[in-house]
Design a protein around this ligand. Structure first.
Ligand SMILES: [Zn+2]
Length: 205
């Protein structure tokens, strides 16, 4: 691939160390590399690469913002049918208590809706289409230093607190929930466990 001197290299998915090493080497030699990896959270990509081969893909190598410039993560969530979705207020009993308590910490629930029984508009699915919920992490020297010195959890918290940083996938999903476009149960199942807002953002400590 490198002999062809491409401007952009797309490696479909990194599943093994050999692919990870190829991606890093291509980036090191000045190529623009796009690739994907399966991880629970964007900040875990360094751990995922390290686990594949700690000798070839250690954090000391991959935690370099000039090599990994950006990480995006996404989940796809179902959008509620605007015609037959039901206000949460009428269906609070169907939501688990722990989820309802956590939901309240995110804001005003007056617009929140849940799946209805289906209608002609949604052909009985109660759902009309899907939408991505994403988090984009623009890496920096500070972030990489934090991952190396303090680990992923602290690095993630510090990075999200910086002005201009994107919200977490859950926080972005909660915007859709509060707007009545996403059923909170679908956010919980498809994106992340709904936590109390202050705990999620690390303000509770
Ligand atoms: Zn409908």
């Amino acid at each position: 691939m490198l002999r062809m001197d491409p401007d952009i290299i797309l490696i479909g998915e990194i599943r093994q160390a050999a692919e990870g090493v190829s991606a890093i080497q291509a980036a090191m030699t000045g190529h623009f590399v796009w690739t994907t990896a399966h991880v629970n959270d964007p900040y875990e990509v360094f751990s995922r690469l390290e686990v594949m081969d700690p000798a070839l893909l250690p954090r000391a190598l991959t935690c370099n913002h000039t090599l990994i410039g950006a990480i995006t993560s996404q989940r796809v969530v179902p959008m509620l049918c605007p015609n037959c979705s039901q206000p949460l207020a009428k269906h609070q009993d169907e939501i688990p208590g722990f989820m309802l308590r956590a939901l309240k910490s995110w804001g005003d629930l007056s617009q929140v809706h849940v799946r209805g029984d289906g209608c002609d508009t949604c052909e009985g699915d109660a759902i009309v289409g899907k939408q991505a919920v994403a988090e984009i992490v623009m890496t920096s020297e500070d972030l990489m230093e934090d991952v190396l010195k303090h680990g992923v959890v602290k690095a993630r918290r510090n990075h999200r607190r910086k002005p201009g940083s994107d919200k977490s996938m859950l926080a972005n999903a909660m915007d859709l929930v509060l707007a009545g476009k996403l059923d909170p149960v679908d956010a919980h199942r498809g994106v992340d466990k709904i936590e109390f807002k202050d705990k999620h953002q690390g303000d509770a400590e």
